[in-house]
Design a protein around this ligand. Structure first.
Ligand code: ZN
Length: 152
């Protein structure tokens, strides 16, 4: 499927402001940005651990997938995201292998990426996200990302 690398790990948390200090201050991971992702009913904080990122996800929609995950399983690792070169090709291969995609088309994710999720039912219990990053420089600035707000 032409997986390039692990792109990020998604971690479900109840409260971003309560979770960030562990990763930023105790573990010392740079906080890159916070972003609202209305299509997924979450607010996300992104931290860098070398090339791999952590995506802390807190619910903004009480009926959204992260709120439901927290109610069922509590806080913890929510998904593993793999970067792919061509998401449509990866989706076709996943379908051909009998994996259950959660959407028929790639959806807009954070930072202008295209993403699709694969149901954990078909992956032995792991929610897998495939991510196609926008082409361009290695770390293009994201004009849609807002500045991280200072601590209140
Ligand atoms: Zn993700």
């Amino acid at each position: 499927m032409m997986i390039k690398k692990v792109d990020h790990l998604g971690v479900a948390v109840r409260d971003l402001a309560a979770a960030i200090p562990l990763y930023r201050d105790v573990l010392g991971l740079p906080l890159e940005k916070e972003e609202e992702i209305p299509t997924q009913g979450v607010r996300a904080a992104f931290l860098a651990a070398g090339e791999v990122h952590l995506e802390l996800l807190a619910p903004t929609d009480p009926e959204g997938p992260i709120a439901r995950f927290l109610a069922r399983r509590g806080e913890g690792i929510h998904h593993v995201a793999f970067a792919v070169e061509d998401i449509r090709e990866a989706m076709a291969r996943a379908r051909a292998a009998g994996l259950e995609l959660l959407s028929d088309e790639p959806r807009p994710g954070a930072g202008g990426a295209l993403v699709v999720f694969i149901h954990p039912r078909s992956t032995r219990g792991v929610l897998i996200e495939l991510v196609q990053r926008p082409r361009g420089p290695a770390h293009p600035p994201d004009p849609r990302a807002r500045e991280v707000e200072p601590e209140a």
